[in-house]
Design a protein around this ligand. Structure first.
Ligand SMILES: *Cc1c(COP(=O)(O)O)cnc(C)c1O
Length: 483
């Protein structure tokens, strides 16, 4: 049943005269408002705000919150996004008064604890990456990409080399070419082979003395580990270029291998994916980057450094690209990340990766019987199924399946990404799900593929809103209520 009551606007629920609080009678001499404020600042009439009791308002927002799907309410296999369970302890620790009551302009000697936490975070991220220098500043993964490319550009400028082309495999996340363009570079795509790997011949043909960076995602967006990654990084280096690793898929390899060890020179982390802090709806996130020794001088300023027993922000970095974000970065997210890493420890992080890969392979083995998975017999932490055959045979698209899964109580997988798979459904279960949940999801997915096209074409049937027109909703949002 569609729930329409809960979606009525507060304006529509308004009852004249209703109040949340009533103030006591004034017991001091009143002064007219025009004695207190300049005339232009006084409205002619009160604003037309909704009038409601406090319980009405609380119920409205609590009911609205239940219309959404979240990792705390539903299985959320959104490929590439790593929507894992977020431990509540990390939420509690990041909202301790000593964390949330800090002011970014406090003198450094009064925030030694936070600076120590940030310094330790830099050290831990360097260790996991196998790259020695870290900046915690970028505000999200995409921002980390752009920051790292600015670092690469500064490096080549410093060497007097005119390199401004970024090579990007055709399976890459859309942020990769967008970040390269924002950083003032030119992008050139590199083809994938039919097996879903970077095409080495195409890569070799496109490398030259203009190549600045190869941006590579490993495991790639098909959920496949690039087995020739050492060879790839070698030929890029031989051509004088740098290798950037898009670290969004670190939850498949951390503790098992390190980007620095297979030849990456720069990378970003998505703490809100890999280290399990909440994300969605555009934030909040963080996008720390780790870089090789020869790129360290160009990192954004400031960096947290340790002098004896004291921690301080180092601004004295003459080759730095400068600031990319206000203050210290998204500290709340970094605190959750720090707690997550410490809770698991080195071995624990390896177990996280192993379990993420195990869960994905279990689901892959169940799903491929009824939904083809064109690339790879096995996968890393995610895999990409294709509804192309269902589309041709029964007119059921990836979008139809995604929408109908909501009726079955599951958030949809990522759809239509990566672009190199037709009718793509990109499924990432994460390591925090039980076998029972994975089985229930596989069964629901199977049932959906057996349902009729008519039923699927206007699914979902049970949600407050069915199929909004997505482009119009983004381009022309209606933000003003008119009675
Ligand atoms: C999520 C993601 C990004 C971008 O990260 P944000 O933190 O969302 O900016 C980049 N590449 C890949 C492969 C991703 O999955």
């Amino acid at each position: 049943m569609r729930n329409t009551q809960a979606t009525k606007l507060l304006f529509e629920q308004s009852k004249p005269g209703c109040r949340g609080v009533r103030l006591p009678e004034c017991d001091v001499p009143e002064r007219p408002i025009d004695e207190l404020l300049p005339s232009g600042a006084i409205a002619e009439a009160p604003p037309p705000l909704p009038e409601l009791s406090e319980p009405d308002v609380v119920r409205h927002f609590v009911n609205l919150s239940t219309l959404n799907m979240s990792v705390d309410t539903h299985f959320y296999p959104l490929g590439s996004c790593t929507m894992k369970y977020n431990p509540k302890r990390n939420e509690r620790l990041s909202s301790l008064p000593g964390m949330v009551d800090l002011h970014p302009y406090q003198p450094q000697q009064t925030v030694q604890g936070t600076l120590e936490l940030l310094w330790r975070s830099q050290e831990m991220l360097a260790e996991i990456a196998g790259l020695p220098a870290v900046s915690l500043q970028p505000a999200a993964g995409a921002h980390g990409e752009m920051t790292a490319l600015l670092v690469a550009a500064a490096y080549f400028r410093d060497r007097g080399e005119k390199r401004s082309v970024v090579l990007i495999p055709d399976g890459a996340h859309g942020t990769n070419p967008a970040s390269a363009t924002m950083a003032g570079m030119k992008t050139v795509p590199v083809r994938s082979t039919n097996d879903g790997y970077v095409d080495l011949d195409d890569l070799a043909a496109k490398l030259n003395d203009r190549t600045a960076v190869l941006m590579i995602t490993n495991p790639n967006t098909l959920g496949i580990f690039e087995e020739k990654i050492a060879e790839i990084t070698q030929i890029v280096h031989a051509a004088g270029g740098l290798v950037y690793l898009d670290g969004a898929n670190m939850n498949a390899i951390m503790g098992v291998t390190r980007p620095g060890d297979f030849g990456a020179d720069l990378m970003h982390y998505n703490p809100h994916k890999t280290f399990g802090s909440p994300h969605g709806g555009g934030g909040p996130g963080a996008g720390p980057i780790a870089v090789a020794e020869h790129l360290a001088p160009f990192l954004p300023t400031p960096i947290v450094v340790k002098d004896g027993d004291c921690y301080r922000l180092d601004y004295d970095r003459p080759n730095s690209i400068g600031r990319v974000r206000s203050f210290f970065g998204t500290v709340g997210v970094l605190v959750r990340m720090y707690c997550y890493i410490l809770t698991h420890g080195g071995d624990g992080l390896r177990h996280v990766s192993e379990n993420a890969v195990l869960c994905a392979n279990y689901l892959l083995a169940r799903v491929r019987h009824f939904l083809p998975v064109p690339h790879g017999k096995r996968c890393m932490h995610e895999f990409v199924a294709s509804a192309a055959k269902l589309k041709a045979d029964k007119d059921i698209s990836a979008m139809d399946i995604a929408k109908r899964l909501l009726d079955h109580g599951f958030h949809a997988p990522t759809v239509y990404f990566p672009l190199i798979v037709r009718e793509a459904l990109m499924i990432e279960p994460t390591e925090t799900e039980s076998k029972a949940t994975l089985d229930a999801f596989a069964e629901a997915l199977f049932r959906v593929t057996e349902e009729s096209a008519e039923l699927l074409h206007d699914a979902p049937h049970t949600t407050a809103v069915s199929r909004p027109e997505e482009v119009a909703a983004a381009r022309n949002p209606i933000l003003r209520w008119t009675p």
